[in-house]
Design a protein around this ligand. Structure first.
Ligand code: IMP
Ligand code: MG
Length: 183
């Protein structure tokens, strides 16, 4: 499926992303003001660009940690079965934790990760997701901060991939298959 030819149509520009990231970071800074040391947890791999930009706009002492949950593989559909491939390095008991996710789609990944982390007894556990596809939700879960709500489109760029491609695009675009369209 991933070798079908496709084009990418820009959905959210680099400039729009930067402005939104700055606004999110301002709200997050206000929320966690006074926190001893915020633990920012990036969900690999899709959040790596977003977390890099976000933490640089958060005006608080932060620790950065990563967790990798099983992904789509090369499919465009959620496997609905989430496994932890790489766990956090640090302890989060009693800590203020912000989970940073690229996209909340069906909600299976985020819901699984939140249950796992909640069981470790953080002082507070919040979520910032860059993108949300609310129309695709199958598990009730919601980010505390969301960058952009988007329609049911498969997107790439700004860290987000299609079968490991296009993560390095500076903007977010939607995948449009061109086969059989005279392209
Ligand atoms: P969920 O478990 O269905 O909510 O899936 C969440 C994960 O699937 C996200 O963190 C992404 O890694 C991946 N994902 C969901 N939608 C897209 C997309 O449009 N493009 C690329 N990856 C996606
Ligand atoms: Mg992800």
């Amino acid at each position: 499926m991933s070798d079908r030819p496709y084009a990418i149509d820009q959905l959210i520009s680099a400039k729009e992303i930067a402005a939104r990231v700055e606004a999110l970071a301002r709200e997050i800074t206000m929320h966690f003001a006074g926190t001893d040391k915020l633990v920012v947890v990036g969900l690999l791999r899709g959040s790596f660009v977003f977390i890099a930009d976000l933490v640089r706009e958060i005006d608080l002492p932060v620790e950065v940690d990563f967790l990798e949950a099983s992904s789509y593989g090369d499919a465009m559909q959620s496997s609905r079965e989430v496994r932890i491939l790489k766990d956090l390095r640090g302890e989060i008991a009693g800590r203020d934790v912000l989970v940073v996710e690229d996209i909340v789609d069906t909600g299976f990944t985020l819901s699984h990760v939140l249950h796992l982390l909640q069981a470790r007894g953080p002082r507070q556990l919040k979520v910032c997701a860059l993108l949300d596809k609310p129309s695709r939700r199958e598990v009730a879960v919601k980010a505390d901060w969301t960058g952009f709500a988007i329609p049911d489109e498969f997107v790439v760029g700004y860290g987000i991939d299609f079968a490991q491609r296009n993560r390095n695009l500076p903007y977010i675009g939607k995948v449009r298959f061109t086969e059989g369209m005279g392209a």
